[in-house]
Structure formats: C-alpha cells, structure tokens
Design a protein around this ligand. Sequence first.
Ligand code: GAL
Ligand code: CA
Length: 332
Amino acid sequence: MRRFFFLSFVFAAIILSASASGNKEEDFIGVSVYRADDAFTEEERQWIEKDSLGLMPVRVKAAENRQSIQNEHISQFIEDGAKAIIVNPVDRTSSGAIIEKCRKADVPLVFINREPLADDMAIWDKVYYVGARAESAGRFEAKIFINYWFSHPEADKNGDGILQFVIIKGEPGHQDTELRSEYLMRTLAESGIVIDRLDEDTALWERERAEDLMSAFLAVHGDAIEAVFANNDQMALGAIDALKNAGYFSDGEYMPVIGCDAIPVGLEALQDGTLLGTVLNDAEGQGKAAYRIAFELASGRIPTEESIGYPLTDEKYVWIPYTMMIQGNNLI
Ligand code: GAL
Ligand code: CA
C-alpha cells in the first residue's frame, strides 16, 4: 500500500512537471538532415539525439541529398504536429520556401550547418541558425600550414621560393566551401608566402571522389605539388589515399595535407602522421545548441543565452568556434 502511494506520488509529480512545462507526451521536434552518409553531419545528428533525452523527443528523417524529399519532410512534420523543426538544408538557397511554410503553420525553425541567406533569415523571427564561421576555418587551415612552411625549408620542394598547391573543395555554393577556400588563400598570402594555386576542383565532401581528383592532379602536375588543402577531412583522407598509391608517405616521400572537421578518422590520420593538421568543427556544440534552441521554442519560450547555454548573435545566430589541431598537443 505504501508503495502504491509512493508510486502515485511519483506519477503525479511527473504529470505535474510535464504540465508545468506545458509540454505533452506526444510533442516532438522534427529533424531533417540533408543525407545520412555524411560523417560530420551525422555526428551533429547524434548530438541532437543525445541532447533530446529526457526533454522532448526528436523524429529524424534523412533527405538523400534531394531538396524535394526534404520539403516533404517539412510538410509531414507540420501535419504531424511538430512543436519545432531542425533543418540541415539540402540546398541552403531553398531555405526561404521552408521558412515560409513554417511561418504559415507557426512552427519554429532552427537551421544547422548550412547557412540560409540573410534575406531569408529576416523573413520571420522564429528562425535561428547554428553553425561555425567558415572564414575562421580557412584561416586556421592556412595557419597550420604557415607554421609548417616557415619551420621546414624543404617544404619548398623545387626551391623557387613559391608555394605550389592544390585545393580540394566541397559542394559549390556551400558557405564552408567558398569561405574556407577564400580565407585560406588570403591568409597564406598575408603571411608573406608567394602562392601559386596549381589547381582546384570539387569532390563534393566525399572521400572517393577526392581520391580520384587527387590522382588526376598528380597525373597533371606530378611532383610540382607542394601542399594539399581540403575543405574537409573526408576529402583530405581521399587525397592521402591517392598520394599513398603514388608512393607518398613511404621512403621519405611526404606531402603536407590539411583538412577540416576533426572527425575520428581525421584524428587517426593526424596521429599516424599522414594528415598534417585539421580544424575541429564542433559537432557536439552545434548539435546541442540547435536542440536547445528548438526545445525552448517548442516549449513556447524565446531562447536566451542562459537557457541554451551558448551566446546568441543578432538574436538568431549561434556561432560555435573552430579549434586548430595538429599532432602532439592537438590543441594550439
Ligand atoms: C561542413 C563539413 C563537411 C560537410 C558539410 C555538409 O561543415 O565540414 O564535412 O559535413 O558541412 O554540409
Ligand atoms: Ca615551390
């Protein structure tokens, strides 16, 4: 009997606390990611799911890299009564249509990883973006290399005083492709290094494509290449695969390769010395910030720095910092 009273008390307390927060058991937050086989955005998804435990559950869908599929996700979430939606957009320039749809249904939105255009973000006040400043990743990739170049005279393989390099880029139009590449180049040039970009092309964030691209670069430029910069670790690893096939990383043949994200396979390559450096793209911070903003909005509250635990810029942006990583101490 005592046990019965105790349990009733516990259940009553749970019901009271649920109704105190105003949330109902069937409430959920919809999450649509652009595809399910991208190593970095999958890490973000996992952190969103972890953070949701004990709060409001998430329903996750992956859009197979097709905007039409993602648009259906959004309509379905709205129809099913989602309290908020987190979107990792397939095409960030299509975000305006998603915002309009959610505004009409009054379902708050949080974008993550692919930044909507500023004009679209201005359509409605219940729209947020969580990401990282792509410029800073470009600067960090450059800084890692600059330290290496000035402390390794042999890095200038042909001794002409000029850095000959290639860039392996992510998806065209993605802020992390355009800005990481632009600020990489700027920072290299600002350091006083004379630069000669031998080649650049996209490998769409993918390892195998990057391996093919690097093989093509080697076929054209051969030993003239003195460094490889990739917009992410997957592609840096693809380049390393091609370089290994061409005899690099054995018998004293070395090529500095720099990536971005610091995903686990990237960190392994850092440890085994094939990746010179990478930039930590904080999936945990981005996933948690996105979930917490969505949870506050889903609960009918306006997110604040205190409630989400991350600083807000211009009331609707959360910028999670990048960190440079090299072998050894890692964090510099
Ligand atoms: C970037 C990340 C890439 C890829 C891309 C997808 O931030 O560095 O590896 O995941 O997002 O949008
Ligand atoms: Ca040179």
